[in-house]
Design a protein around this ligand. Structure first.
Ligand SMILES: Cc1cc2nc3c(=O)[nH]c(=O)nc-3n(C[C@H](O)[C@H](O)[C@H](O)COP(=O)(O)OP(=O)(O)OC[C@H]3O[C@@H](n4cnc5c(N)ncnc54)[C@H](O)[C@@H]3O)c2cc1C
Length: 421
């Protein structure tokens, strides 16, 4: 049976970044990365809206995101590895009501953030005054001001994954794609060779993994399987502390979409920022290559926690739920057409919405990225690698330090995140 120092299960952004930092620290480490897909970045990493922001209310989320943004910027600007990173900004639209004021107070002190008044919004965004009747029927808050974050924008996750993958290949890390881990097994630390081991009273560890390509084993396992974590962890009694929440993106195109997309008042790229509407968690993500907008939505109540392997975006949901809201704010989008759509899952930490990174026996688990695993990907990898190495503190690219226990289960110490998209 193959035996390694570390096996990383999952070659999404979390697994790749963890593996990269482990190998950077120890070039002699014998590591294998397995993924059930035929390549890397094919899970939720490949289905995201690919926005990045440091506008979080939780201190740790802010540290993880701002450090990751700086690292990606370094890769693109200093290492000249293109990541498609564009600082087009994030624009939160809000009303002068309690919800708007709470949002503002959560993010206004983040460096690079500024308030945009209604007049300026009108000019730059040609956003409509809401029709009273539709506003009431659709429960819409008016867009009375905006909070613009300049250290935010869009990126191409496949290019980030290329960066980590190529670096890992150069460091002689082995990958096994098309290999699905079927089961984690528990073994006794002190084997007695009695049938039925391990017994209740025996100390246990994760033994060889059953995979579709046979058994493989390692001293330590990093479980970076995102929403799939429950399939591996539930049977051995480890709680993943996350639940799957379906998320959908609808790409819309047409002349009015292009007009809105090429809005030049916000950044040097001359395109619309990643814009979040005041109501119902709907956002518009500029997609320059496709001359389109991606419309995403983070719906909550009414969206169940079921999981299917290949979720599909629901046209009905767009037409009856999303589009009426979108067109109330931007009536000019009436001529737009859905030209593509897809869906994936958030690995959703429903309690505090910060990631979970914890160790149980010889398994290190990373879950609960809650819709922001790409923009925190590098820092999450650094923390997970540090925990795998047995450290208590992780050093981020920014120079900030994270007490790893703060993101764990016992001893968890994070603020609740209020800004989830
Ligand atoms: C619609 C949508 C929009 C999003 N928008 C954003 C955004 O704008 N910004 C942002 O930062 N984040 C966003 N996210 C969240 C982001 O995509 C995730 O947080 C991130 O991709 C998680 O990365 P991961 O590596 O943990 O998981 P994944 O990329 O899902 O990787 C897990 C891997 O594990 C593999 N795997 C699972 N089970 C097994 C098994 N048993 N054996 C072997 N391999 C296995 C899978 O094949 C997969 O490749 C969005 C997500 C969705 C769905």
């Amino acid at each position: 049976m193959e035996k390694h120092d570390v096996i990383v299960v999952g070659a999404g952004i979390s697994g790749l970044s963890t593996a990269y930092h482990l190998k950077q620290h120890n070039r002699d480490l014998d590591m294998l990365i397995v993924d059930k897909a035929q390549g890397y970045g094919q899970g939720n990493t490949g289905r995201s809206a690919a926005g990045f922001r440091d506008m979080f209310s939780s201190r740790i989320n802010h540290l993880l995101s701002s450090s990751t943004i700086s690292f990606y910027k370094y890769i693109q600007e200093e290492m000249h590895h293109e990541l498609g990173m564009k600082f087009v900004g994030y624009l939160f639209l809000a009303a002068n009501n309690e919800r708007g004021r709470t949002l503002e107070s959560n993010i206004k002190n983040i460096p690079g953030t500024r308030r945009i008044e209604k007049d300026e919004l009108r000019k730059s965004l040609s956003i409509a005054d809401l029709d009273q009747e539709s506003a009431e029927m659709l429960s819409l808050d008016p867009a009375e001001f905006g909070i613009f974050g300049g250290n935010c924008g869009i990126v191409e996750p496949d290019l980030i994954c290329d960066f980590y993958y190529n670096a890992l290949m150069e460091m002689d890390v082995n990958f096994s794609f098309g290999t699905s881990v079927q089961k984690l097994s528990l073994d006794p630390v002190k084997k007695l060779d009695f049938p039925g081991e391990p017994f209740l009273w025996q100390e246990k560890f994760i033994g060889p993994l059953e995979t579709t390509s046979g058994q493989i084993s390692a001293d330590k396992y990093v479980i970076a399987t995102d929403t799939w974590a429950n399939y591996l962890l539930d049977p051995v009694g480890i709680d993943s502390h996350q639940r799957p929440k379906k998320r959908q993106i609808f790409q819309i195109s047409g002349p009015s979409v292009e007009k809105l997309l090429f809005t030049d008042s916000f950044s040097r790229y001359g395109i619309l920022p990643f814009t979040i509407l005041p109501s119902h968690g709907i956002y518009l993500r500029p997609a320059l290559k496709e001359r389109s907008l991606w419309i995403g939505v983070s719906d909550d109540i009414g969206r169940d926690f079921s999981f299917v392997e290949d979720p599909e975006a629901e046209q009905d949901f767009y037409e009856s739920g999303v589009y009426p809201v979108l067109s109330a704010y931007f009536p000019q989008l009436k001529d737009s057409k859905v030209t593509s759509k897809w869906a994936g899952y958030y690995s959703y930490n429903t309690i505090d919405k910060n990631p979970y990174i914890f160790k149980t026996m010889n398994a290190i688990v990373v879950t609960g990225t809650s819709g922001s695993g790409i923009l925190k990907g590098d820092a999450i990898g650094r923390v997970t690698a540090a925990l795998t190495e047995g450290k208590d503190v992780a050093l981020l690219y920014s120079g900030d330090k994270i007490n790893i226990n703060d993101l764990g289960v016992t001893g968890r110490n994070v603020d609740t995140e209020h800004i989830i998209l």
